[in-house]
Design a protein around this ligand. Structure first.
Ligand code: ZN
Length: 258
């Protein structure tokens, strides 16, 4: 699929018109109808990406989110958590969902089929083990969890986590490649790498259940430190969220080779 024009496989009617002898040739159809129909070309499967906006708007009032679920390394973790917020009260779950929605639109426009792990920002969960299984269920080429951190106010910058030590083939190389592509996308988008966690914007982690349980290449983006005043302003603005979404989408497209 590398090198195809964006959207080239997004028009199934084009192939069908040419392949259907009873169809009316469109004005743009080539005159040479003896040429092989595109239907005989290698199948152009749309890549599938799971976007996983962290937490959820209803988690704060729910006791169900505290129940233990498998963490993928023999232990347990709470089903889900409430996430962090800026000092002014802008919630991480709202940031995560808005960035995921924006990134989804950008990826869909480029011929990617996007599956979100939650349909809105008003529910509870899903639990981290369900999020970890979402890539397998969707047949995903990549799984990207979207979060923002809540660290000490002096800390700033983004980092991208991936499961380490790896537990399966998807984690032993592809996940790290996805994390690096996301790091590059964010760095190229003008965002500063973290000055308080990880190395060069990458953070190998053993304790993130969603990553541990994924059998598809998976990475988790901590976009910013919401407790840092500068980054709080960035995540709280629609323009800032549009920039994060564009950078994440660019990283995913680079990983997919599109
Ligand atoms: Zn989070």
């Amino acid at each position: 699929m590398r090198g195809r024009r964006p959207g080239a496989e997004g028009d199934p009617q084009r192939g069908r018109r040419r392949a259907d002898p009873g169809g009316h040739p469109s004005a743009t159809a080539p005159a040479d109808t003896t040429a092989p129909a595109p239907a005989t070309a290698p199948a152009a499967r749309s890549p599938v990406v799971v976007l996983d906006p962290g937490h959820n708007g209803g988690n704060g009032g729910s006791r169900a989110v505290t129940r233990p679920v498998p963490d993928g390394r023999g232990g347990t973790k709470p089903c889900n958590t409430t996430g962090t917020a800026t000092d002014a009260g802008y919630a991480e779950h709202a940031f995560n969902f808005d960035v995921a929605r924006r990134a989804s639109a950008l990826l869909t426009a480029r011929g990617v089929r996007v599956v979100l792990t939650r349909p809105d920002d008003n529910g509870v969960g899903p639990c981290v083990d369900e999020r970890g299984a979402a890539g397998e269920r969707a047949g995903a080429d990549a799984v990207v969890s979207i979060h923002a951190d809540g660290s000490a106010p002096a800390h700033r910058g983004f980092h991208v986590a991936y499961a380490d030590p790896p537990l399966n083939a998807a984690q032993s190389g592809p996940a790290r490649g996805l994390a690096a592509a996301l790091r590059d996308g964010l760095r190229d988008g003008g965002f500063a790498v973290s000055d308080y966690i990880g190395r060069a914007g990458l953070s190998p982690r053993a304790d993130l259940a969603g990553l541990n349980l994924s059998t598809r290449p998976a990475a988790l983006v901590e976009c910013a430190n919401m407790r840092n005043l500068r980054e709080a302003a960035l995540v709280s603005s629609p323009d800032g969220r549009a920039r994060y979404a564009a950078a994440i989408a660019a990283g995913i497209l680079a990983f997919l080779g599109r």
